[in-house]
Design a protein around this ligand. Structure first.
Ligand code: ZN
Ligand code: ZN
Length: 218
């Protein structure tokens, strides 16, 4: 990796990468919201990223990664996920994302290679999100909002955007809604925008905003 970028730029690259991977264009307004910074700050940072050849802007003012930006974003994402696996040996599941966010910017090529070997080339992060290049591994998992009453499923993935909300992760961990857990769907109520799950005989109700970030295997 020859390109050098600040931690701030790498955070932008990660979010733009996730939105492009998911086929959803991201706006400056949304970036400002996710990064908790002002709209003018986002505009200025995006201008620098255009100048540095990491992104282009389309007619709707949405950023898109250039091949160089995409390569850099994939490296950051991979290092973030490897840092999560490293930290989960010591920390609870709901805390590793936040801590890995600091680690990811300082991992070298050598440490990345060593971690990949040590961790036996994982295809996802501990929250079930795909390592760049391994999107096929998660393609068959569906969001909770697509289920029906009576479905018995295994939780597989908590989306990156949900990973970024510490209170939500702590709540999911407390309610045992985490990868590998088997749950039964009690009801899905579109008029109420809720999904209720039976998790080891206790009922948990989630709003659609959260439920659509949680993916399961049927
Ligand atoms: Zn994470
Ligand atoms: Zn993760």
């Amino acid at each position: 990796m020859t390109i050098k970028a600040s931690a701030t730029i790498e955070d932008y690259l990660g979010l733009i990468y996730i939105s492009e991977r998911d086929g959803e264009a991201i706006t400056g307004t949304r970036l400002a919201e996710l990064l908790a910074v002002s709209a003018p700050t986002v505009t200025n940072t995006l201008k620098r990223m255009v100048r540095d050849g990491l992104i282009t802007m389309d007619v709707n003012h949405s950023p898109h990664l250039t091949p160089q930006g995409d390569q850099h974003a994939r490296t950051v994402m991979r290092r973030h996920m490897l840092a999560e696996w490293m930290l989960i040996r010591m920390l609870s599941w709901s805390k590793v994302h936040h801590e890995a966010h600091e680690f990811e910017h300082t991992i070298s090529d050598e440490v990345e290679t060593a971690l990949l070997l040590d961790l036996n080339q994982p295809e996802t992060c501990p929250h079930g999100n795909p390592m760049p290049g391994h999107e096929a591994a998660v393609a068959s998992w569906v969001p909770l909002t697509k289920l029906h009453a009576g479905d018995c499923v295994t939780i597989r993935r908590i989306h990156e955007l949900a990973e970024d909300i510490p209170e939500l992760l702590a709540y999911l961990e407390e309610k045992r809604i985490e990868p590998g857990e088997k749950v039964k769907v009690v009801d899905v109520l579109p008029f109420n925008q809720t999904v209720t799950l039976d998790v080891q005989n206790s009922l948990v109700t989630l709003g659609f905003a959260t439920a659509k970030q949680i993916f399961v295997e049927l």
